[in-house]
Design a protein around this ligand. Structure first.
Ligand SMILES: Nc1ncnc2c1ncn2[C@@H]1O[C@H](COP(=O)(O)OP(=O)(O)OP(=O)(O)O)[C@@H](O)[C@H]1O
Length: 259
């Protein structure tokens, strides 16, 4: 579904070039949930923006559904850390925004909007304005707004990191449910090992900048998964410890040895 083929990105910084991403090769299968972790500034958002077609790689190419990405695609939706809702539009009108932007017939998408609001527990709040909602509910609206596009691929850039710990867990479990129901291919950037392990089929661990693919870790735990006590606690603990030491050891390695 997604092929990241020898992708690099070097920015022209004010005081010289900034090499953000170096030669990443990775494929993400249809319906797969990939999480990406790495230390702050290692290029996670940069990588996601290249997959989204918001940024052209300085080397290599990204393909989605067999086509080289040359700009934003309607079948690829993005969710950011901040929900960025239009404050004067109600919940349902925010969810319908992409339908208007793409010039699709509203009548054909209303039922889908209703279903998404139902699926995320927002039906009773559909007429509310964003400022009347909690941060978690606002982020639910932004998930619905991405899903109304019926995307083949969802790219999520630390979508829950501004939320309190419990809401964050709740939304991660909810996203898992959405993924199980819809089977959308997802790439999810996070700083949280816990979140990465709950959600992923595979976790891509990036090295410190320039971000290189350090390791791909499989999470062979059956779904639905949950935080806290569960039958796979030992397995979760072992995988989390492995990810933790990969991230930690990276700090002590010279950059050239971190790939
Ligand atoms: N437009 C730009 N121009 C110059 N440098 C940039 C630009 N965008 C990003 N960078 C630099 O590229 C590097 C990677 O940034 P990026 O935001 O992708 O990292 P990240 O891993 O997502 O960080 P964080 O985890 O803190 O969100 C950083 O050093 C950043 O300062």
């Amino acid at each position: 579904m997604i092929t990241i083929d020898g992708v690099s990105q070097t920015f022209k910084g004010r005081s010289g070039p900034v090499e953000a991403i170096r030669d990443i090769n990775l494929t993400v299968g249809e319906g797969e949930f990939l999480t990406v972790i790495g230390r702050s500034g290692c290029g996670k958002s940069t990588l996601l923006r290249m997959v989204a077609g918001l940024l052209k790689p300085t080397a290599g190419a990204v393909q989605v559904a067999g086509e080289t990405v040359r700009g934003p695609r309607r079948d690829v939706a993005m969710v950011f850390q901040k929900p960025a809702l239009l404050p004067w539009r109600s919940v349902e009108d925010n969810v319908m925004l992409p339908v208007e932007i793409f010039g699709w017939r509203k009548s054909e998408h209303r039922a889908n909007a209703d279903r998404l609001l139902e699926m995320t527990g927002l039906t009773a709040f559909r007429k509310r304005l964003p400022h009347e909602l909690s941060g978690g509910m606002q982020q639910r609206v932004s998930l619905c707004r991405a899903l109304i596009q019926n995307p083949k691929v969802m790219l999520l850039d630390e979508p829950f990191s501004a939320l309190d710990a419990l809401t964050r867990e709740e939304l991660a479990v909810e996203l898992q449910r959405i993924h199980m129901e819809l089977g959308t291919t997802m790439i999810f950037v996070t700083h949280s090992i816990q979140e990465a392990v709950l959600l992923a089929d595979r976790v891509a661990v990036l090295s410190s900048r320039p971000g290189q693919l350090r390791r791909l870790v499989e999470i062979p735990i059956p779904r639905p998964r949950s935080f806290g006590h569960n039958a796979h606690l030992d397995q979760v603990a072992n995988i989390s410890a492995e990810l933790h030491s990969l991230l930690l050891s990276d700090a002590h390695l010279p950059r050239t040895q971190t790939a």
